[in-house]
Design a protein around this ligand. Structure first.
Ligand code: GDP
Length: 314
C-alpha cells in the first residue's frame, strides 16, 4: 500500500492502516518522511495523556479502566504503550498486555505498543510521530503508557499534554519518584491499590513532598492526588475529571499551546541533531570526524576549531 492510501485509510479509522503507519515509525522506514508530511494537516485534535510510574503500580490496569471510562463518555481512544528501555521492536513485555484485551474488539479503541527507540532522533522523536498517527486517525484522547523504566520515562511523559504519575502503597514509591525526577512532571497524581494498607500514608507522604516543591504564585496548578482501585474501576471517574480540569486550566492559561510548541521544538531538535550526527559520519566511523580526530590527537588543530569545521561542512 502506498503512503497516500495508508494515510487516507488511517483517517477513515482503518485499524490496519493505523498499525502499519506506526510500524513505519517504529522501523524508521524510508517512507516515514512522506507519511509524516501527509499526516501533518490532520493533527492537533487529540488530547495526549501520559501515564508513568514504577512497574507494578497498576499502569496497565489503570489504562484499561480509563479506556472504559472514556468509552462510556463516547470518546474515541488511542493507547500507545512505549517501552523506553528496549531498543528492540516487538518486545515480549509489550506483546503481553493482557489486561487490554477488554477493548481488543472495540473499533473506537486503537491499542498499540512500541518498543523501538526509532531510528532518527530516538525515542523523543518516535513517540510524537506515533502520537501523530493516532491523532490523525481521529482519536479524541491518546493514553501514552510507559512500560519499563529509565530516565526516558520522563521523556515519554513530556510528550503528553497532561502527565499522570501513579504510585502504590508499600513500594517506597514516594522516595523512588522523587529520585527519578517524576514529582516535577506530574500534573495529576494517582495512588492506586487504595484497597491495600498504606494507601493513605502514601498519599500523605506524597502530599508532603509536593508541598515542599509547591509553586505559590496565584493561579498555579496544584496537582491533585487521587486514590484509585484500578482493578475495580474505583476512582477512575475522578481521574478523568482531574484530567479535564487540567486540560481546561492549560487552555485558559495559554499553557497548552506553550507545551505543544516546546514539544515540537524538542522534536525538531532531536531530528536535526540525528541528521547532523549522521552527516558527521560518527555512526560509520568514516570520513571527516575521523580525520579531524587524528588531527586533534596529533596536535595539528584544537578541538574547538575541529568542531567548527565539522559543523560548517555538515
Ligand atoms: P503496571 O506494571 O504498572 O502496568 O501494573 P499492572 O497494571 O500490570 O498491575 C500490576 C499488578 O497489580 C497486577 O497483578 C494487577 O492486577 C494489580 N493491581 C492493579 N490495580 C490494582 C488495585 O487497584 N488493587 C490491587 N490490589 N491490585 C491491583
Amino acid at each position: 500500500m502506498d503512503v497516500p492510501t495508508l494515510v487516507e485509510r488511517a483517517r477513515r479509522g482503518d485499524p490496519r492502516a493505523v498499525a502499519r503507519l506506526i510500524s513505519l515509525v517504529e522501523d524508521g522506514s524510508p517512507l516515514l518522511r512522506e507519511a509524516m508530511a501527509a499526516l501533518a494537516p490532520y493533527c492537533g485534535n487529540a488530547y495526549i495523556v501520559g501515564l508513568t510510574g514504577a512497574p507494578g503500580v497498576g499502569k496497565s490496569t489503570s489504562t484499561n479502566a480509563l479506556v472504559t471510562e472514556y468509552r462510556a463518555r463516547g470518546k474515541r481512544i488511542g493507547v500507545l504503550a512505549v517501552d523506553p528501555s528496549s531498543p528492540f521492536s516487538g518486545g515480549a513485555l509489550l506483546g503481553d498486555r493482557v489486561r487490554m484485551q477488554d477493548h481488543a474488539t472495540d473499533p473506537e479503541v486503537y491499542i498499540r505498543s512500541m518498543a523501538s527507540r526509532g531510528h532518527l532522533g530516538g525515542l523523543s522523536a518516535a513517540t510524537p510521530q506515533a502520537l501523530r498517527v493516532l491523532d490523525a486517525a481521529g482519536c479524541d484522547i491518546v493514553l501514552v503508557e510507559t512500560v519499563g523504566v529509565g530516565q526516558s520515562e520522563v521523556e515519554v511523559a513530556e510528550a503528553a499534554d497532561t502527565a499522570v504519575v501513579l504510585l502504590a502503597p508499600g513500594m517506597g514509591d514516594g522516595i523512588q519518584a522523587a529520585k527519578a525526577g517524576i514529582l516535577e512532571i506530574g500534573d495529576v497524581f494517582v495512588v492506586n491499590k487504595a484497597d491495600r494498607d498504606g494507601a493513605d500514608a502514601t498519599a500523605r507522604e506524597l502530599n508532603h513532598m509536593l508541598a515542599l516543591g509547591e509553586r505559590r504564585e496565584p493561579g498555579a496548578w496544584r496537582p491533585p492526588i487521587i486514590k484509585t482501585v484500578a482493578a475495580r474501576g474505583e476512582g477512575i471517574g475522578e481521574v478523568v475529571e482531574a484530567l479535564e480540569k487540567h486540560r481546561a486550566w492549560l487552555g485558559e492559561t495559554g499553557k497548552l499551546a506553550g507545551r505543544r510548541k516546546a514539544r515540537a521544538a524538542a522534536e525538531i531538535e532531536a531530528i536535526a541533531v540525528a541528521v547532523l550526527r549522521r552527516r558527521f559520519g560518527d555512526l560509520h566511523g568514516d570520513s571527516r570526524l575521523s580525520a579531524l580526530a587524528d588531527a586533534v590527537v596529533a596536535g595539528e588543530i584544537d578541538p574547538f576549531a575541529a568542531a567548527d569545521q565539522l559543523v560548517e561542512h555538515a
